[in-house]
Design a protein around this ligand. Sequence first.
Ligand code: EPZ
Length: 426
Amino acid sequence: MEKLVITGGTALHGTIPISGAKNAALPLMCTCLLTDEPVTLNNLPRLADIATLSDLLNHLGASVTIAAGSRGTQRGRKLTFHAAEIHDTVAPYDMVRKMRASILVLGGLVAREGVATVSLPGGCAIGNRPIDLHLKALEALGAKIELEHGYVRASAPDGLKGGTVRFPFVSVGATENILMAATLAKGTTTIENAAREPEIADLAKCLNSMGAKITGAGHETITVEGVEKLHGTVHDVMPDRIEAGSYAIAALMTRGNILLEGANAHDMQASLDALQEAGGIVEVEENGVRVRSNGHVGGLNIVTQPFPGFPTDMQAQFMALASVAEGASVITEAIFENRFMHVPELGRMGADITVNGSSATVRGTAKLVGAEVMATDLRASMSLVLAGLVAEGETTVNRLYHLDRGYERLEEKLRQVGAVVERVPS
Ligand code: EPZ
């Protein structure tokens, strides 16, 4: 087990290269199940979740190799995923429990093999996170769903048939699963109330480059005309809008000035709007987005929503910012039922936060004090790192495996802009 030791108080100045988006890369990797040809992805981040899903895809029959001409530079890794044949249609519990996004193999497996047995992912720290919408959507395309011994078995021996999928509320993963499955269904599928996150558009772009016929991705209704077969492709993973947003907050909190190299402002507009409301100065430049402080951090009001609303994955990080604002903030988590685990840990650093149901009232304090804190989930961990960057003295963040799931080379990137941070064995 490792921990981060951060000494707060340095204004961060310089350039941070933004990596490929974890939440785009994971579904993109699953597209290899839909074809017997190789799928090469550029700009993959070096993250634990990518390794975990690579292991699962390999278990199912895909070879995962470092692609020729891989640019081992800051531009991330270039990997080729080639499922020439599927050797196994079962995603076992001991692999799925490590990462719930493993459920994203379900749609591709059913579409390709007519059957898939995937361990139910189980809940996680931020909530129960059921997969009922994934399963109902597959049923709408003719799949038979059986639940047995903690596994879900989806079967469509005669192939999936196009149909209408109407989501009662937005689900990113369910939209991605059914989008992949629909590409090989017989006939046309309409997905209503689809998630509109930029990662969906990136997935559709990759699938269309493989021969799929998808229109409307990024909007609330997506249409997919099923095709016989998909071919291989080479696709660039989009930049990580949550990583970029997290470092943008570091610039504001430390009263610094950071260029988020490679960030796409359009993907992160709601986060940038909130940053500007809190006193940040945001400038879109040719090779990224620059965020700097105007010397003050004001309070702000946030309600998390599906895209293009304020992203739930930025809630914990904004709470760290609100903790040191000159004023009060109200932050409401409307997507997950238990995504305030960072509150008690921030409280141990002196933050003044009162939680009332799904809302937290944060009274900004002049300073936070460094402490030994514990990461509980990916984005909560980042909020503790952000607090440590401005806290007086030393902050130690334990359970770094949460952080390593979503932030590539975190301490390296922070040191590059002047932060005093070390990764040490616990
Ligand atoms: C994706 O998770 C992201 N993960 C999450 O990022 C992100 O927080 C979430 O979308 C919302 O934006 C990946 O892309 C790998 P949902 P996902 O299905 O697809 C409920 C991070 O920090 N729901 O949009 O699992 C669910 O419980 C991670 O990078 C059902 O009830 O999220 C939640 O309350 C955390 N039934 C809400 O919908 C279902 O079948 C939204 O979940 C599916 C979801």
